[in-house]
Design a protein around this ligand. Structure first.
Ligand SMILES: [Cu+2]
Length: 165
């Protein structure tokens, strides 16, 4: 009976030690994201065009009004915008992050990555259509890193949330 109690105490001590172990979070590591640079478009002749030209709202919005979009259909119009896909990612604080971009749409994008306080953590680079481009940084800070495209600001951006491991 006494031997069983000792075994039970040892087992309880081992369980407590396991519970107190604080290594359940993710450790920083290398992480790679593949990001496509794309343009999405929508055209219709089913409703009237917007009363406000979308191009006055953002340089990242495109608008081709009725009469210009389709010579055979004077009522048809189109809107468009560029985006990074995916547009939201997350990393563990301290991760070494590799972003591998591929340019599908848009001949040129001036882009970089900013830390949560707005400091550039990569060079300002140009991505061209049909090219692959790699940006690397270490997510030293907690919070939201931004992938910015100056060519199509402010709408073309992506968010990388850096969380504690
Ligand atoms: Cu762009």
């Amino acid at each position: 009976m006494r031997k069983q109690s000792i075994v039970l105490l040892v087992l309880m001590a081992l369980m407590l030690a396991a519970c107190g172990d604080d290594d359940s979070g993710a450790a920083p590591s290398d992480v790679t994201f593949d990001i496509e640079v794309i343009e999405i478009k929508g055209a219709t002749d089913g409703i009237d065009p917007p009363s406000v030209d979308p191009e006055t709202l953002s340089e990242g919005y495109g608008f081709t009004p009725p009469g210009e979009y389709d010579a055979d259909n004077p009522n048809k119009w189109q809107v468009a915008t560029y985006l990074y896909s995916p547009g939201a990612m997350s990393v563990v604080n301290g991760d070494d992050v590799t972003l591998r971009f591929f340019g599908i749409n848009g001949d040129s994008h001036q882009m970089w990555v900013e830390s949560p306080d707005g400091t550039k953590v990569t060079d300002v680079v140009e991505l061209n259509r049909g090219r692959e481009l790699i940006l690397e940084f270490t997510a030293d800070d907690l919070g939201h890193y931004k992938i910015v495209c100056a060519t199509h600001a402010p709408t073309m951006n992506a968010d990388i949330l850096s969380v504690s491991g």
